[in-house]
Write a protein that binds this ligand. Structure first.
Ligand code: GDP
Length: 447
């Protein structure tokens, strides 16, 4: 079963956690280690109450010993779990004892990496394990649990199946060149491709929501100098983070603030005003603001009554997928009542960063964008998954072009082959060691 020959061990509970502490080991030496600790071979999946002793026979702790023989375990290897008292000193001593008996200290994420290598989890599920542990809201934890159980992976697989079916269809046409022209011109292939692109668009939408549930919503606050961007950031963050001054153009750098709204995370970035400028320092700020917009999930344009329409041009650098919010600020000066409207260009809100009027409506809207109402079926995801799906979309666009313009079956088939490979990178069917290293090293030790 296992491709690894060594046995790893780690403390699997949070450092300093009170109550029960768990030390876990995985690998071929586990049955021998377990027998040495217990004095006889343990029964599989049976809770043995045991005295854990050091090499010289001194009692380290009393606790529960559990053996999960391969392959029916988390990693797919023999796994040993020792439940002792949640004291760091005792857990360290237990871990040292496991190492004396033949284990070595596990690297971060190594248990889950072995589960992946042994086919217990695919890569997207393995990532969801880390996201579950790191979740900062119930909605985020629920979504990570869904991904861990394979909800996201099954959708990727569904897309992959449809893609392979189309590829087979087109490759069959190439193999019978005398029929190729008719075959490729056939509406069936076009319809199949259209359905595939629709399926991808839906999955991309759900995956973006999954990233927001996992990572939080990235909001770029933009607008001309002095409209109240910093004041708004402070009002949302609840303290004086950005310097508010009445001098135009003072917010030169990008200020970031993570704000938790009912457990949902917003990563707010207050950018310099995006106006053309001769001031070098400020020009750098403008460049950063544009970069900030390009990576945002949502842009919050802060403006006032006089400039609202003209300022919509700020949205130019924004990706099509990002949400657009317009906040008409300083309504306390114009005696306008706070209200909201949904228009084709954006969601509009009238508020005052100074008095706080209308800001609750903004908070509600931001929470909704962050996924507060993500109900049944929501799953967690990562930015690398979104990127992979976008790349698949580009391949499908080129497939459509190849078929529409030149009826070039070979080109279309090659694009689909690459799309298939890119999809496989999400679940780990195609990977490289760098990617695996980057993913698993971000785990905590013991997972
Ligand atoms: P920024 O350059 O866009 O970051 O703008 P600031 O947040 O620094 O605000 C510029 C000036 O407008 C400051 O004097 C703020 O106190 C003022 N200001 C911000 N929001 C409001 C508001 O809603 N009403 C009023 N009356 N003044 C505001």
């Amino acid at each position: 079963m296992s491709e690894t020959t060594d046995t790893i061990a780690a403390i699997a509970t949070a450092p300093g956690a009170a109550g029960v502490g768990i030390v876990r080991a995985s690998g071929p030496a586990v049955p021998a280690i377990a027998a040495a600790l217990l004095g006889h071979a343990p029964q599989p999946r049976h809770a043995h109450f045991a005295a854990f002793r050091a090499a010289d026979g001194e009692l380290v702790d009393h606790g529960i010993l559990l053996l999960f023989p391969a392959p029916a375990s988390y990693t797919g290897e023999h796994v040993l779990e020792l439940q002792g008292h949640g004291s760091t000193v005792l857990l360290d001593a237990l871990l040292a004892r496991l190492c004396e008996l033949g284990a070595r200290l596990a690297r971060p994420g190594e248990f889950t990496e072995r589960a992946f290598l042994n086919g217990k989890l695919d890569l997207a599920q393995a990532e969801a394990v880390a996201d579950l542990v790191a979740a900062h809201s119930r909605a985020g934890a629920r979504a990570a649990l869904a991904s861990m159980q394979g909800v996201f992976s099954r959708k990727v697989q569904g897309l992959l199946d449809a893609l392979i079916a189309l590829r087979v269809h087109i490759e069959a046409a190439i193999d019978f060149p005398e029929e190729e022209i008719d075959f490729l011109a056939d509406g069936a292939i076009t319809r199949q491709l259209a359905a595939l692109r629709a399926q991808l668009a839906e999955l991309l939408r759900e995956t973006r929501r999954g990233v927001r549930l996992t990572d939080g919503l990235r909001v770029a606050i933009v607008g001309r100098p002095n409209v109240g961007k910093s004041s708004l950031l402070n009002a949302l963050a609840g303290r004086d983070r950005a310097i508010v001054t009445p001098v135009a153009g003072t917010t030169r750098d990008v200020l970031r603030e993570a704000v938790a709204l009912d457990g949902l995370v917003l990563e707010l970035a207050d950018t310099a005003g995006l106006r053309e400028t001769d001031d070098l320092v400020e020009a750098e700020g403008v460049r950063r603001a544009q970069a900030e917009l390009a990576r945002a999930d949502a842009a919050l344009l802060v403006t006032d009554e006089a400039h609202a329409q003209a300022d919509l041009a700020f949205f130019a650098a924004l990706p099509a997928s990002a949400a657009r919010l317009v906040l008409v600020n300083k309504i306390d000066l114009t005696a306008t009542l706070p209200h909201a409207e949904t228009r084709v260009d954006a969601h509009w809100l009238w508020a005052s960063a100074k008095t706080g009027a209308g800001l609750d409506a903004l908070r509600t809207m931001l929470k909704e964008l962050a996924g507060a109402n993500a109900g049944e079926g929501a799953f967690s995801a990562r930015r690398r998954h979104v990127q992979a799906l976008q790349t698949v979309g580009e391949h499908l666009d080129r497939t459509a072009q190849a078929l529409a313009v030149s009826r070039a079956g070979e080109l279309a088939a090659e694009e689909l082959r690459q799309a298939q490979q890119t999809l496989g990178e999400i679940t780990g069917a195609y990977t490289n060691d760098d990617l695996l290293g980057a993913i698993f090293s971000s785990f905590c030790i013991g997972k």
